[in-house]
Design a protein around this ligand. Sequence first.
Ligand SMILES: *[C@@H]1O[C@H](CO)[C@@H](O)[C@H](O)[C@H]1NC(C)=O
Ligand SMILES: *[C@@H]1O[C@H](CO)[C@@H](O)[C@H](O)[C@H]1NC(C)=O
Length: 472
Amino acid sequence: MMILVVFISVLVLSAAFFLMHAWRSPMAMDAIPGNLGWPIVGETFSFLSEFSSPCGVYSFMKKRQQRYGKVFKSSVLGRLTVFMTGREAAKILLTGKDGIVSLNLFYAGKQVLGPTSLLQQTGEAHKRLRRLIAEPLSVDGLKKYFQFINNLAIETLDQWPGRTVLVHEEASTFTLKVIGNMIMSLEPTGEEQEKFRANFKVISSSFASLPIKIPGTTLYRGIKARDRMYDMLDTTIFKRRNRESFRQDFLESLIKKHCKDTSEGEDDKLTDTQLKDNILTLLVAGHDTTTAALTWVIKFLEENPAALERLREEHMEIQGSRKNGSSLTWSEINNMPYTTKVINETLRIATILPWFSRKAALDFEIDGCKIKKGWSINLDVVSIHHDPAVFPDPLKFDPSRFDEPLKPFSFLGFGSGPRMCPGINLAKLEILVFIHHLVCRYKWSPLEKDDSVQPTVVRMPRNKYPIIVKPL
Ligand SMILES: *[C@@H]1O[C@H](CO)[C@@H](O)[C@H](O)[C@H]1NC(C)=O
Ligand SMILES: *[C@@H]1O[C@H](CO)[C@@H](O)[C@H](O)[C@H]1NC(C)=O
């Protein structure tokens, strides 16, 4: 409901603007099939009412695709946008061939994430930043954080028996501690961690906020929290640059690295602004999505006892073949084939990011429809993930769908192309470790039956998935 109120307010506030400019679609858009709905609000209401249902915007898309085809226009969330679906559209939009599209963030996101963020850069600058973060996020680069993640998972799960566990809250705390440690060696407890967490929560909630930047608004508070977070980072960066402290973490490797491969001296290095913008981006991009993924995996396993049983066998076997008293090892993590499929199948059904938003950077044609520069384009991932030609009986949870390699661009749980999720290995590592300890120790049952989804950009269970655990 909150978000509905928010969007109604956005729409009312921007009404004047829309009336003057944009509700009537540009003439060029007349050729695109689709219905723009009511003046100003467009089809926002039917879009939002379906967004929170278990299948999300699936039927919203399906109805319109049946009527109009794979490319149609609509007006949702205050934006005139062209929706597209299908593997062909995914290929064109995600590989961004010849730079035909760029990322399309909402106003609040642009304000909070700085201008030098990976998410706001294009072309060469984007590639350069990607290269910089690729190494610490590679499988080898992650190895040194394994022990921290393993211990933290065990400690977190130690606290679970005998109380109501809100899985989403626990997953959020877990992933935030992991990323804080990786980025700047933040201790999992203590004052610094608390400050970090408090600021992060405010920043995170400001993303779906009203585009108004005056004292008291969510966006304003988000920007203030961002500034406090940057102050924390400034202090740490200052110490590192002056060799007052040395830690082998992400920040250190970014400080040391040159921006380009050629060494043209100091100018090549990332500036403090670039460092901070991109560290914040990693935090934001890595936290909510991984948290949601872990929560959905735990929920779907409980709802699919056969899959849970098979997955537990995999982990019991790993545990059983281990010497007494020793804990999970790095090499065991890399050999959990069934669990990996469970993660992919979870991301397929949950479709944590239901659409990818892009902006046409030049005119191009797709499916016979002429797209003009500047238009908003949303790739509808939900329909791609429910395509019965690729995933028969698409609503069924069935990890064996991933036994064989899939057709390209049919599974987009981590995106694809040059903007594919750079944190894929980290996300998988966190989930594998956590799930291993969970299924080896506990069985769990949900405290309420509610499949509705929180109306935020990242899809997650609205009730935070409350459970109660018992030792096996
Ligand atoms: C592990 O411990 C059990 C008893 O606690 C013992 O019977 C078994 O032989 C031990 N196995 C190994 C490999 O040390
Ligand atoms: C899961 O999805 C990722 C990303 O698309 C892919 O690289 C990987 O091979 C998939 N894993 C399995 C077991 O299908």
